[in-house]
Design a protein around this ligand. Structure first.
Ligand code: CUA
Length: 326
């Protein structure tokens, strides 16, 4: 009995603990936009707590108070003032405040800032950077941004409506096919945040996440230069040969090799990312093997077919090749 009680308490607490993970919490802001949103949240929360307490007190007086007090709160003036005028004025003020706070983040189309294009696809993120010399560099499922600088995320979608949400940095913004929406984010300190698709986009919607890595400017520039370079030469070429011979390059690009596919994520530096399959798996050789073989179990109905054709040895050769693409 005691054990089941303990389990019941734990099962109530677990979601709270998971929800409070600072990496993906709007209440742990690491940028001015998310700070503004957190501030709106606390104003609304504490405001409603104060009003609720006032209502409870009035109800207690109405039920249990001395007749003189009960008479006072039954007056028509109080009913009209506190029951009609007060909510109208307060809700209108809160609406105005909320809209102003939210609208403050919309960037002008011509604003000078680092721009990163993000396309939502079922169920991953295509991310395109621009190098200082104007080259476009494609990556996936991870955002790298410099600290302290405004970054404008240019969002669109390839198939259905998605929504990009990095709770520690900003509010959510829809990604709509055929339209570009823009969001400004500024990370105020280095660190890793987690983002999530926030618009139901099909069966694996919940498995459409990503990491955002904010680092100081020099580190970001060094990373972008590495990311812009082609894939490094494989030390053991059996995995690479198998990758190309099996037709992986029809859907995936590995820059600097014959693989130039555009359907799935660019894999040029996939081994250097924080996760695989849009944060569904950790990034290691074992996860590559699992994904290649069991991807339809891990993320049902994703566009990659399951590759049951490989032997264990072939799987580990391909996985080792991919894990080494850093
Ligand atoms: Cu993409 Cu939900």
């Amino acid at each position: 009995m005691r054990r089941s009680k303990k389990l019941a308490v734990l099962s109530i607490l677990v979601p709270f603990a998971a929800g409070c993970r600072e990496m993906q919490s709007a209440l742990s802001p690491v940028g001015p936009e998310a700070e503004r949103i957190a501030f709106v949240f606390w104003v609304m929360t504490w405001g409603s707590v104060v009003i609720m307490l006032g209502l409870i007190a009035l109800t207690a007086v109405a039920i249990l108070g001395p007749p003189r007090w009960r008479q006072a709160i039954a007056s028509e003036r109080l009913v009209i003032g506190a029951g009609i005028v007060f909510p109208i004025v307060l809700l209108a003020a809160l609406l105005g405040y909320g809209l102003t706070a939210m609208g403050a983040n919309a960037p002008a189309p011509s604003e000078k800032a680092l721009r990163i294009a993000v396309v939502g696809e079922q169920w991953w993120w295509r991310v395109t950077y621009q190098t200082p010399d104007g080259r476009r560099v494609e990556s996936a499922n991870e955002l790298r941004i410099p600290v302290g600088q405004p970054v404008i995320l240019e969002l669109t979608a390839a198939d259905v409506i998605h929504s990009l949400w990095i709770p520690t940095l900003a509010g959510k913004l829809d990604m709509i096919p055929g339209r570009t929406t823009r969001m400004r984010v500024i990370a105020s300190k280095p660190g890793v945040s987690r983002g999530q698709c926030a618009e139901y986009c099909g069966g694996a919607h919940a498995l459409m996440s990503f990491y955002v890595v904010a680092s100081d400017e020099a580190e970001f520039e060094a990373w972008l230069a590495r990311e812009a370079a082609g894939a490094k030469q494989a030390t053991d070429q059996s995995g690479e040969r198998l990758f190309h011979a099996s037709g992986c390059g029809a859907c995936h690009a590995v820059r600097g090799t014959p693989a130039t596919g555009r359907i799935g994520p660019d894999l040029t530096h996939v081994g250097g990312r924080m996760s695989l399959a849009a944060a569904a798996l950790p990034n290691d050789a074992g996860s590559f093997a699992r994904w290649i073989r069991d991807n339809q179990q891990i993320k049902p109905e994703n566009r990659m077919p399951p590759y049951g054709i490989f032997s264990e040895q072939e799987l580990s050769a391909i996985s080792a090749y991919l894990a080494n693409l850093k």
